[in-house]
Design a protein around this ligand. Structure first.
Ligand code: HEM
Length: 495
């Protein structure tokens, strides 16, 4: 009797779980409707279970340290492009670099972004991640040219140096330093300054707290009732929008705002509507709290596991520091970006770390792809960068951290797309590299460290499980630069 109750309870639990998953991923907004498809023109693949399709297997792989095993298994059976049913929608998965490139290059008549419902609710309709056509191109162009300007790079460099220095001055040798937390705080402040010119202080702390509430709901169940995760995140967003709107109002009244000194002022000067500005200011904070700090943290993780790379990178940065100390010149943004080995370390971190493992689109019409296959109108497409970045036909020993592989290889091909591509290519890619280079420079030239045990988590976002704790030892200013490690072979990195 007890056994049958357990079975009934288990069955009910399983069914509820399937329903919740279906509700979660199968949003009406995002839902790729799976228009009638001519089976012969579809890529091979399986649709899995009713309702949930292959989502459970996808998620169970995503939680492991090799999430790409879901894709690998299907690549072997069906080829690099296959059909599946994940996140509540029939989906074509592309792990083929050329097919992914053509999808990314498609305009809004062909493909539009497609995200889980919780994310679209939280981002708001005017978010750059969701808008299409002329408005997306206009906002993208304005933000992109501002973020790439030498003036902004100079400002970011000054701010980043200041915040890095303030943070590092407080590091004690007898306590653990959590690199992920430190870099989140620094990168968030730098980005908020560039977006709305807010300085550290009470309002910044308020914004940071609300932002953490907001971001926690991006991948939550799409149920907006008091007490739910989504509800709390929406409340936090409302408070942030109020603060940002107050700042925008003040900017409008300030007659001295002639040359835009932040992104909000730039958009105001181009007569972009207030709601579009405030929604986007908040969305643009995401890389400050998430992608950039994770990039820096992963670089420190990989360097900690690879003494040969750490030695070469430290020598390169120490040389720059000594040169600047001797001439008394300040470090400027181009100094950081012109360190060749440091840039290969960042490139390799982007390849191996896969901070954004892929992007999702919805087909607006039937689209023919390589091999004569068709992506039917209404279907979702998942361009999965991670499988390309870890493809052994494209990269030797792909799971090994090997920055030297970039010494005679460029980053412009379609087999390297950590920042996406086409019309939605990340406009913050130079900033991300610059911020990472600045942190790494000051870290390796001021400290030696030992990393405590930690591991990378890949789902729902990439991060370090224990926030990357390290014990640091300050280098004295007179200390001649020498690393104990005499390792100089490429083969000395942990796998
Ligand atoms: C390591 C750091 C970063 C990574 C890995 C990254 C990655 C990406 C990727 C893959 C996309 C394409 C999304 C798509 O095609 O749907 C993207 C878009 C975008 N990124 Fe970044 N990003 C980073 C840093 C930044 C920074 C620092 C900013 C600037 C504030 C930024 C702003 C944006 C914006 C505004 C878009 C949307 C572009 C559009 O849809 O027109 N990102 N990013």
């Amino acid at each position: 009797m007890e056994g049958s109750w357990t079975m009934v309870a288990t069955a009910i639990l399983f069914l509820s779980f399937l329903l919740v998953l279906f509700r979660f991923f199968g949003s009406s907004r995002r839902k790729c409707s799976g228009g009638r498809a001519n089976e012969t023109s579809l890529p091979l693949g399986a649709q899995g279970w009713p309702l949930v399709g292959e989502t459970l297997e996808f998620i169970s792989c995503a939680y492991t340290d090799q999430p790409e095993t879901f894709m690998d298994k299907r690549r072997r059976m069906y080829g690099k492009v296959f059909k599946s049913h994940i996140f509540g929608s029939p989906t074509i998965v592309s792990t083929d670099e050329e097919v992914s490139r053509s999808i990314l290059q498609g305009d809004s008549n062909t493909f539009v972004p497609s995200y889980p419902k919780s994310l679209t609710i939280l981002m708001g309709e005017s978010s750059i991640l969701l808008i299409n056509g002329y408005l997306q191109r206009r906002i993208h162009g304005l933000i992109g040219s501002f973020l790439k300007s030498p003036n902004l790079k100079a400002q970011i460099t000054r701010e980043m140096q200041k915040f890095v220095q303030e943070s590092m001055e407080s590091w004690d040798e007898d306590r653990l330093i959590y690199i992920q937390d430190e870099t989140k705080k620094i990168a968030f402040q730098v980005l908020v300054k560039a977006l709305i010119s807010l300085d550290p202080g009470e309002e910044m702390e308020f914004l940071r707290k609300q932002f953490q509430e907001f971001i926690a709901g991006l991948m939550s169940l799409p149920i907006n009732l008091p007490g739910t995760r989504l509800y709390k995140s929406l409340q936090a967003k409302k408070k942030m929008v109020k603060l940002v709107q107050k700042i925008i109002e003040a900017k409008k009244k300030d007659e001295s705002c002639k040359v835009p000194k932040d992104v909000a002022e730039l958009l105001l000067s181009e007569n972009v509507a207030d709601e579009i500005i405030s929604d986007n200011m908040i969305d643009l904070m995401i890389p400050g709290e998430d992608s950039v700090p994770v990039l820096i943290t992963l670089a420190i993780k990989y360097l900690s596991d690879c003494p040969a790379a750490l030695q070469q990178l430290s020598e390169e940065n120490m040389k720059l520091k000594n040169r600047k100390d001797q001439t008394g010149e300040e470090l400027i943004w181009s100094d950081y970006l012109s360190l060749p080995f440091t840039q290969t370390v960042i490139t390799e971190t982007l390849r191996l770390g896969n901070i954004i493992n892929g992007v999702m689109r919805k087909a607006m019409k039937d689209v023919q792809i390589k091999g004569g296959y068709v992506i039917p109108k209404g279907w979702c497409v998942f361009t999965y960068f991670r499988s390309v970045h870890l493809d052994e036909n494209l990269y030797d020993s792909p799971h090994k951290f090997n920055p030297w592989r970039w010494q005679d290889r460029d980053t412009s091909g379609c087999s390297f797309t950590p920042f996406g591509g086409g019309q939605r290519l990340c406009p913050g890619l130079d900033l991300a590299r610059l911020e990472a280079s600045i942190f790494i420079h000051h870290f390796v030239t001021q400290f030696k460290w030992t990393a405590e045990d930690d591991s990378i988590v890949n789902f729902p976002t990439v991060r370090m499980k224990n926030k990357m704790p390290v014990r640091v030892k300050r280098r004295s200013s007179q200390q001649a630069f020498s690393l104990e490690s005499k390792l100089n072979s490429e083969g000395s990195c942990k796998q």
